[in-house]
Design a protein around this ligand. Sequence first.
Ligand code: HEC
Length: 313
Amino acid sequence: MTRRTDALFLAGLLLAAGPAAAQSLSGAREWLPPGSLSLDALSLRPREQQSGGDRHSFYAEYGRLAFRSPLVLGGTARKAGLSCQACHANGFATVDFFIPGLSDAHGRIDVSHAFWNARADDHRDNPLEIPSLRGVKDRDRLGHDRRMASLREFTRRVIVTEFAGAEPEPLLLDALVAYQETLGPADAVDTPVTLAGDLADILRHLETLALPLAEEEAALAEQIATMLRSQLGFIHERLQGETLAPARGIVEAWSRHLEEIAGLAEAGHWPQARTALAALKQEVAGPPPALAGAGPASLYNPVRLKAWLAGAQ
Ligand code: HEC
């Protein structure tokens, strides 16, 4: 595993709260053993198919962002840029997930290992199948030992015990539970991971940021802005090479805007923060061609991603 300057650059520039990035390319390359990145897991994802229509509560939307955010976890998972989404892609089981030394087959992983949290190491080589979370709301028992009944309690244990994260705020737990409850039973239909899809997600998460700015809740605004910046980091790291420098520049500028919005919120300049968010939303809704057209030349293109993976591991 090599330390790469681009990973450090990203960490410094975009990720105020430490290195991160979902199924992050650079995070995984730096912190996971070679062979941990899979072309399929990085380029295909089961379609999300949330139940409850197109519009969800703030809780469910904040939970959706948190589910995709490595900042919720701690230790190696966070450094490697893994989030709930990495193992439970859009609520399904990530069947290609594999970490040499921790997995005995694809889609299985040891979650009681010092690699994640030295405190919870059971000193046994016991990979478990990653379950789908589709329909989790209606399960009366959770986990392979079926001991826990509460989704909230299980989620807290995942964060704190399995992945060495900080004790989650009650709101964060409510949000993660609310999101998981929108994951009704569904068949996995693989769809490509695209730049357009990731940009649409950023826009959606910006809507989520509107609530703490309306309620004038600076700490929550900061938290959401930080998670959003780390999502921008995932996009940024796929925009590699000289020709994509302008596209990267746009993403970097958005990240700085988010930092400014959080700063305005912290200073209590609420009207300015709301105006700045509205302006950023407009930009993200109609990104400049240098970014909107960057997909084929980027690591969103599976052919390029495959070549990058061959050189990276
Ligand atoms: C590195 C992979 C990985 C990550 C990251 C991960 N999980 Fe899991 N998850 C698993 C595995 C493996 C199990 C099975 C554990 C067991 O059976 O006790 C599991 C089980 C679960 C279950 C129990 C489902 C059931 O029906 O029994 C829930 C709920 C869950 N995870 C939610 C989450 C949430 C929320 C996050 C993020 C905060 C997360 N997971 C992050 C691998 C992961």
